[in-house]
Design a protein around this ligand. Sequence first.
Ligand SMILES: [Zn+2]
Ligand SMILES: [Zn+2]
Ligand SMILES: [Zn+2]
Length: 489
Amino acid sequence: MENVAIFDSPGKGRGLKTTKEFWAGDVIFSEPSISAVVFDSLAERICHSCFRTQDKLQRCGQCKFAHYCDRTCQRAGWAEHKLECSSIKAFGKVPNENIRLVARILWRLDKDGDVVSDMQLTTIDELEDHIADMQEDELKDFKVDIHNFLDYWPRTSKQHTIDNISHLFGVVNCNGFTVSDQRGLQAVGVGLFPNLCLVNHDCWPNCTVILNHGNQSAVNTMFHSQRRIELRSLGKISEGEELTVSYVDYLNLSEDRRRLLKTQYFFDCTCEHCKNRTKDDLKMGGREVDGVKPSEEQVKEATDYCFEMMEKVEKSRLNGNYHEVVKYCKECVDKTESVLADTHIYLLRIWSTLSEVQAYLQYFTDAADYSRKMVDGYIKLYHPNNAALGMAAMRAGVTHWQGGEIEVGHAMICKAYAILMVTHGPTHPITKDLESMRMQTEMELKMFKENEYVYHSMREAALKNKPMAMMHEPKSVEEGIKNMFHRKK
Ligand SMILES: [Zn+2]
Ligand SMILES: [Zn+2]
Ligand SMILES: [Zn+2]
């Protein structure tokens, strides 16, 4: 770990600083997880070894709980699962994800020692657990977990003190990192990455974290080679500067971010953007038309209306009633678009939902229009290399392309590619997808410029032959992408 050093960050406790200069897209460090588990709710749909989404998984014949892609994944995951497998059998039921994770970490530490690799900058002992900061009801759940853990933990494994076990539960509770599937679109589990725990928060950070599952063959040949996170630089970072990431989505008002950070991570954010309430006015602003702004009451009324509609939309979305989602969203847009600024965060959420759902329902022209508005708003709010902005540009690019607007489509795909090269890196599956889409659209654009008629007839033929990917079912994926650490509801 020659790139970083631990230091005392004023007002924040321990932090990491650089020991040399970095530029946008540089990997400052990469780190494998100590351990990770699949969420309880997805235990039968995600491979417990490689964490990929698969249609058909095979069940572990012993515990009937763990699921794998195939024998190779099962073998690769056996070292992690072996003791878990017999414990689940003996316990007679499956403990929740927190308990499973704590147990997996403890077995790993018992086997490999407090520092499992020479890259690891801190022991788990030294990480904060914030037990003293917990609220009463949170503490109650916490104690139930510990109680169940003690029943689950086998007598044949090394015995630990209650203090040690509580500490580990506390660490997992505030530092458990959300593990996404191979394409980074869905939150599928939670894992612990010790070095990452040392990186402090800033609402306008200089780094981003991305999980890279590596390629399939590497997963299968090396134990724990999968599930590496990379800390990537978003821009120039000077030698000696503190490294920061954002634990929450910037598309919240500073007040809401501060509240989230206080209740979930137990600190008061004192970053520049919170101090100055930077961009709060844009996020709740009214639309100026020919120098005329709507009154404060008009903006408030439209904001409240949007909020109400968002609840209805979420309900319909959860029921899978996508036509109703579109109906509510459009009602909302019709009523508020003329009053609210194009950077209003509720309006942005409605546009985002509309573009996602319309793309899924294959109304590409509509999806393209809304995704364009979403990207235009995001550009004014987010850091130019924000991953969520990159993903939004990708959606805009794909929907324009599918809607037959090759020029905007190609431009947006190029924009997305440029951002994801920084935030995800060239080997991430999504960046690779973008690269091939970039080449494909570049070729089509050339054709379009040479002969529009030939282009359109060719395109129609191509669309008939292969329905394009990317139309995953709309679900609330945003949490997985935007909330870095996994928090229990
Ligand atoms: Zn697998
Ligand atoms: Zn098993
Ligand atoms: Zn802040």
